[in-house]
Write a new protein. Structure first.
Length: 442
């Protein structure tokens, strides 16, 4: 691995990043972005890609094995990897071609990943701290500048959690003063700990084991809730106190529940899984007695999403339905609007009216996010593919596209040659180019 920079260089570089950091900057501080919905709210990105793909700015190497994606704050990028018998949290400097700034081991390898070795969680960055979960249940908080440890917990030894078949894969939620995660087990299905010291706030004894999904935060009926897809179904847990509010088991399968549910601020939630199951829309309604009941709106087998995730945008759902059908559904009815089999079995990211679709084989496609039909705007093959599947989710931050593939990390320029730099076209602009207001912070 590249030698870490001297401590002084780390501090100066980070302070410089903080000095130029703006409130409206394009940070991607955790899994699936600041609102954990897979939506990048940057504009002015390329509307079409050249045949060879967008310009490659730099490539980093020797990050280790694993399927972790990236979190980006300013010019600092954080990810995880397995090497030399341990799991590591790694920080790289995007302003210096991905040079490793620091790498901190969080625990020895004790789980094989079910034949897919390496961490698969994405760190969450909040107020100068990095929060990360290893495949063995090692939950750590590190200093974002230096990688020094602040606190650590273990979900198995301290909270009675049970490691799922392919290891812990959740990317933890940092929510104000708390960190939320899913140890799994009869007494601690979901857990909240204090962000500053890792001490337990509450545990929800739902009885479910941990799946491979990650928590989202929603507000339904004026009640703030954590929604998680466990190994048995989708559950809603009250943020304050950890009370179990409702559950919906129909989208669950017996092998692996992976995709995060997606939420519409009109109070409805869509959850889906693969292995021949599909997905359902629910409306968790509050009864006159103050309890919640997860009322099903519809169920469809047209969205059997394995692990690539789904995007909810403009009253439509985009996702890859097993085995390799990129699909658009109507949010309200579940009606299939179109499907495409050329993009491969892919994970999704939305940005500036487009979908970035990354196939597990390495093909990367740019597709217009419209229910009117499949419209391909560019496609290229990632170079230097490893022998492992490309499961790490794509990330956009500051006009840069980041693709992680095991020990490799590629950074592409999505602004070079953008429409702002080209002669104005006569054709009408595409619908809904500007992202809507982000969801309200609860």
């Amino acid at each position: 691995m590249t030698k870490p920079k001297p401590l002084l260089a780390v501090i100066l570089g980070t302070l410089l990043a903080v000095a130029v950091h703006r409130a409206d900057s394009a940070d991607w501080p955790c899994f699936r972005g600041p609102y954990r919905d897979g939506i990048c709210r940057e504009t002015g990105l390329l509307e079409e890609w050249p045949e060879e793909g967008p310009k490659l700015l730099w490539k980093a190497q020797e990050l280790g094995e694993g399927f972790s994606s990236c979190a980006v704050v300013g010019n600092m990028l954080y990810t995880m990897g397995q090497r030399n018998g341990a799991e590591w949290v790694i920080a790289v400097d995007c302003a210096h071609e991905g040079q490793v700034v620091w790498a901190t081991p969080i625990g020895p390898i004790r789980h094989s990943g079910g034949g897919q070795p390496g961490p698969r969680s994405t760190p969450a960055i909040h107020r100068g701290k990095v929060h990360a979960l290893g495949i063995n249940g090692d939950l750590v908080c590190l200093d974002a500048m230096t990688g020094a440890g602040v606190w650590r917990r273990n979900l198995v030894f301290e909270f009675g959690g049970k490691i799922p078949r392919w290891g812990y894969s959740e990317s933890v939620l940092v929510d104000g003063r708390w960190v939320g995660c899913t140890p799994g087990g009869p007494q601690c299905t979901m857990l909240a700990v204090w962000r500053l010291n890792g001490e337990k706030v509450w545990a929800c004894p739902a009885g479910d084991g941990a799946g491979y999904s990650s928590i989202i935060k929603v507000s339904i009926g004026g009640v703030h809730q954590y929604v998680q897809f466990t190994d048995q179904g989708v559950i809603g847990v009250q943020v304050r106190g950890g009370k179990m509010l409702w559950r919906y088991d129909k989208p669950a399968n017996e092998t692996a529940n992976i995709p995060m549910p997606v939420w519409n601020q009109r109070q409805t939630i869509f959850a889906a899984s693969g292995y021949g199951v599909g997905g359902g829309m629910i409306w968790p309604k509050m009864t006159p007695q103050g309890e919640f009941n997860a009322e099903e709106v519809y169920f469809t087998d047209k969205m059997q999403n394995h692990h690539g995730g789904m995007i909810a945008w403009d009253w439509h759902i985009y996702g890859c339905s097993n085995p390799n059908s990129l699909t658009c559904l109507d949010w309200k009815t579940g009606e299939e609007k179109w499907t495409d089999k050329t993009s491969g079995k892919c994970s999704l990211l939305f940005a500036d009216g487009m979908l970035i679709c990354r196939s597990e084989k390495g093909l990367v496609s740019l597709v217009e996010a419209t229910p009117e039909g499949f419209r391909l705007k560019g496609r290229f093959d990632q170079p230097q593919r490893t022998r492992r599947s490309a499961w790490a989710r794509p990330v956009i931050s500051g006009g840069r596209l980041f693709l992680r593939d095991q020990h490799l990390l590629f950074c592409y320029d999505l602004r070079e040659g953008s429409l702002e730099e080209q002669p104005e076209k006569e054709e009408a602009p595409r619908r809904r180019r500007t992202p809507r207001r982000p969801p309200r912070e609860d």
